[in-house]
Design a protein around this ligand. Structure first.
Ligand SMILES: C[S@@+](CC[C@H](N)C(=O)[O-])C[C@H]1O[C@@H](n2cnc3c(N)ncnc32)[C@H](O)[C@@H]1O
Length: 407
């Protein structure tokens, strides 16, 4: 190991041309509760806040990926090379790496080779921003799609805990910072919104179990979708043991801690009910290296038997960009801008955390009232962070990168 710094099926009877067929279809089961993007649809909010940051997270493994993709079996005259970005959000984070991958593959297979890029995410995702980015209506980051012939861009508004594309159809699938989102909330944390060192053994176990089942489910569907020799690249936010304190820490822990503190104060003051606090749970599980490796290390697991084989697993530590920006301004310009530090941090992290609080609030409250409470929460969180020292708040980002091949 290396370290660097959704619908049950119903039956519908169709009678096309007097042929009776029983067809199972999916039906709409209401809005998913886990993750709703924050911000106005079509305004590119993800990419202008968090996505700006996550776009750089592919950098440490970029050359490796560009080399690996060349090994994927493909004969241009065969058909089309299929690339998938699962949990793509508005496509901003993967724009550069997909553009570079396409350039590499076009060099290898010739200008006539055809490519399909399939952006997968939940049905409530901001696909409008994604297509505005592809067409250049939202100009940053620059769109590869405007510059390349024989490249086709599609979206799949689905659920990656299901099969999303036909079996045996994909050459390359990537999923960046998404597999920690669980298929459902496995437990109501009594006194927190995510696992705490003080969380009960039952709470911890429920989370771990759901995460294990979900990761296996994710892998098995991807295994079915991949062609032989195809690659799956995943990077995930992780949990790790801190070398200095020996404590188990996890991605964005300081931000989650402040969110929890303010939400607890809302419970104590009666602004929200005890039940609403209990119903506010981050439906995520940040994985440890051993959890992510387990389905591959066990050669008898369903994942190994499906033909998925782990080529590499590494941890990369990315310096906290909010901290480094604050520090630079302080050192170079002599400006200790803690307010900007807090504002940037909150804007980025509100993206993934906002819906958790909206979902926790009782449906007896009008939507506007819920929005007001959650707006106040983030205002309070921002104020609180601006009064803390960024030195204390500094939260380096630890990610685990997995490269997997379908044998
Ligand atoms: C933090 S964002 C990551 C976006 C982008 N990949 C990046 O690297 O910045 C996580 C994404 O995963 C998506 N997601 C969460 N659960 C999902 C599921 N079950 N199926 C498909 N997408 C899901 C969310 O909608 C969200 O867009």
């Amino acid at each position: 190991m290396s370290i660097r710094v959704f619908s049950s099926a119903i039956r519908t009877h169709l009678q096309p041309h007097k042929i009776h067929a029983a067809v199972s279809v999916r039906y709409y089961a209401g809005l998913p509760k886990a993750y709703m993007p924050y911000g106005k649809t079509g305004h590119g909010n993800y990419g202008s806040t968090l996505g700006k940051l996550t776009a750089g997270y592919m950098e440490p493994v970029r050359n490796k990926i560009l080399n690996w993709v060349k090994s994927i079996p493909f004969t241009a005259k065969d058909s089309v090379f299929n690339i998938g970005d699962y949990g793509a959000a508005d496509g901003s984070a993967s724009m550069a790496i997909i553009g570079q991958m396409l350039a590499t593959l076009k060099d290898q297979h010739g200008p006539e080779a055809q490519f399909q890029v399939i952006y997968e995410d939940l049905e409530v995702n901001d696909f409008n921003s994604l297509f505005k980015r592809m067409s250049g209506i939202i100009p940053e980051p620059p769109s590869y799609f405007l510059e390349m012939d024989n490249v086709y861009v599609l979206a799949a508004g689905t659920n990656f805990y299901k099969q999303c594309v036909p079996s045996n159809s994909m050459h390359f699938i990537m999923s960046m910072l998404a597999v920690h989102w669980l298929s459902k909330t496995p437990t109501n944390f009594k006194d927190s919104i995510y696992k705490y060192p003080e969380s009960s053994a039952e709470e911890k176990m429920a989370l771990e179990k759901q995460s294990e089942v979900d990761f296996e489910t994710f892998l098995l569907w991807r295994s079915r979708e991949l062609k032989k020799g195809g690659l799956l690249v995943i990077y995930a936010g992780c949990e790790y043991e801190d070398g200095n304190s020996g404590k188990v820490k996890y991605l964005s822990e300081t931000f989650i801690t402040v969110l929890t503190e303010v939400w607890k104060e809302y419970r104590e003051s009666g602004k929200i009910s005890k039940e609403e606090f209990l119903n506010t749970n981050l439906s995520v599980c940040l994985h440890s290296m051993s959890q992510l490796r387990k389905p591959f290390d066990d050669k008898m697991s369903a994942v190994s038997k499906s033909g998925l084989c782990l080529l590499s697993a590494e941890t990369v530590i990315h310096p906290d960009i909010f901290y480094t920006t604050w520090r630079e301004k302080k050192d170079k310009e002599g400006i200790d801008d803690r307010e900007e530090f807090a504002r940037m941090l909150k804007s980025a992290h509100r993206n993934w955390s906002n819906s958790t609080f909206m979902n926790g609030l009782s449906d007896s409250r009008p939507q506007e009232e819920k929005k007001k409470i959650v707006d106040e929460l983030y205002d309070n969180v921002e104020k609180r962070i601006s009064k803390m020292s960024p030195e204390e708040f500094k939260d380096d980002v630890r990610l685990i990168y997995l490269v997997i091949r379908k044998e």
